[in-house]
Write a protein that binds this ligand. Structure first.
Ligand code: UN1
Length: 456
């Protein structure tokens, strides 16, 4: 079966045509990866880290080319695309060094002449299932630690970002033994046999909650290690006393940047009653100031949605949800691509689907709360728990928020979007399953410990 990826700014531009790997392609890739693993795992950490450093240098040399491909294939505004490539380079350099850190611990043994050692070892073949919206950073924040710690990787990218995945694959392959890193293109017909393959030791997935739960069940059901990073319905709270101008600007970007297509985007703005109108006015003008245009333009902030279906489903949720549209709500005039004006909707209460479900579009719900306490209650009243932000000038309220909010990432006076690669990343509730990603959490996921007693 073949499929295409198209430029969401100009759907007549076909970026690539690909053959889905399917069950046979997966089987071939996994058995080759197993072969590669038996050799790669024996390489010293300096060699594995050296390979990552080489990949980083190579990617740095191709920054502009990869950036352009990201813009063209997934419609990411060029300044964000460039920043993402640069983040990918940093991730590679970070793990190039991290693999040289301690790989175990020693403990006192029952007999004093014995050594009791806990050492880390790679797992085997790791399957990485990645989304289209961060087509460089997410594959690399999974693949760099997987490879660095001695595993082999089979990457199944989202179909819409296959060309970027193949470009990355080409760069990685130059620095690694044959088949240690492979890309299998396709959708569920390829993803499912990969997740279920008995020779895949670990599965790392980023994508929707719906698919994530299936992946987790299938992988865990056959005893594989699994982690899933899924959706969000991320709140930004604005409390009385906050710097409203700064809050409005930061939230507008967190909500609408890259057309809201980040699992870390702000989907709900929950405002304390006494500053509600003041914040609403500022937010409407900040949202109206966001630059919607061709993502290749250096001033673009919003860009198109990934496909027409994504826009249609956002428009559907808007139509059925009710609420009062304060700005946006329609596609801009004269664009061929899958654009939607940044949309802010005042909703009556937390049951509006815009305040409950992940919309993955430049659409944000605005809610009023009676008090700071009610704002936190509303914020927690969803299935998700990825990121939450609070804007306040009250340190006590900020600290209470960090304690009471149900989220894996907490931001005080900062945007919900944006991620640091050297600290654990991931959510709680339906946003995350299994251990977190990035930083030291990645070492824990991509290795397992062996407890070794050495008696002379
Ligand atoms: C970011 O906000 O910079 O798929 C990264 C996503 C997240 C990554 C967000 N896993 O949107």
């Amino acid at each position: 079966m073949t499929f295409k990826s198209v430029d969401p700014h100009d759907p007549s531009d076909i970026v690539g045509e690909f053959e889905a790997a399917g069950p046979e392609g997966v089987d071939r890739a996994v058995s080759r990866a197993r072969e590669a693993f038996s050799e790669w795992r024996t390489q010293p950490a300096s060699v594995r880290g050296g390979a990552l450093a080489g990949i980083a240098d190579d990617l740095a040399g191709s920054t502009e080319e990869v950036t352009r491909l990201v813009v063209r294939e997934v419609g990411k505004p060029i300044t964000e695309a460039r920043a993402e490539v640069s983040r990918g380079i940093s991730i590679l350099r970070y793990y190039a060094q991290m693999v040289l850190a301690a790989d175990g611990e020693t403990f006192p043994a029952a007999r004093s002449e014995d050594w009791l050692v806990v050492r880390r070892y790679p797992l085997g073949v790791c399957a990485l299932l990645t989304p289209w919206n961060f087509p460089v950073a997410i594959p690399l924040w999974k693949a760099a630690p997987a490879i660095g710690y001695g595993n082999a990787v089979v990457l199944k990218p989202a179909p819409a970002s296959t060309a970027v995945a193949e470009a990355l694959g080409g760069i990685l392959a130059k620095h690694l033994p044959e088949d240690a890193f492979q890309v299998v293109p396709g959708d569920a017909e390829t993803g499912e046999p990969l997740v279920n393959h008995p020779d895949v030791a670990a599965v790392s997935f980023t994508g929707s909650a719906k698919v994530g739960h299936i992946v987790a069940q299938q992988a865990a059901g056959r005893g594989a290690k699994v982690q899933c990073e899924m959706g969000g319905q991320n709140p930004s709270l604005v409390l009385a006393g906050a710097d409203l101008d700064a809050a409005a600007k930061t939230i507008a970007y967190a909500a609408m940047g890259y057309a809201g297509q980040k699992c870390t985007a702000t989907s709900r703005v929950i405002v304390e009653k006494s500053v509600y109108e003041d914040l609403r006015d500022r937010l409407v003008s900040a949202v109206e100031g966001m630059v919607v245009m061709d993502p290749e333009d250096e001033s673009c902030e919003v860009g198109p949605l990934i496909e027409d279906g994504a826009r249609a489903s956002a428009l559907d949720t808007l139509k059925n949800g009710g609420g009062r549209t304060l700005t946006g709500g329609t596609p801009p005039d004269g664009a061929d691509g899958f654009y939607l004006e940044p949309t802010l909707v005042e909703v009556e209460g937390p049951d509006n689907p815009l305040a409950k479900e992940e919309v993955f579009a430049p659409v944000t719900a605005l809610l009023k709360a009676e008090s700071a306490e009610e704002a936190v209650r509303l914020a927690n009243d969803v299935r998700y728990g990825l990121v939450a932000a609070v804007f306040t000038n009250d340190l006590r309220k900020a600290m209470t928020f960090a304690g009471n909010i149900e989220a894996g990432l907490v931001r005080i006076n900062a945007a919900t979007s944006g991620v640091d690669y050297h600290v654990p990343f991931g959510g709680t509730k339906e946003s995350g399953l299994g251990s977190k990603e990035q930083g030291l959490a990645a070492r824990d996921f991509y290795t397992e410990t062996r407890t070794i007693l050495i008696s002379p």
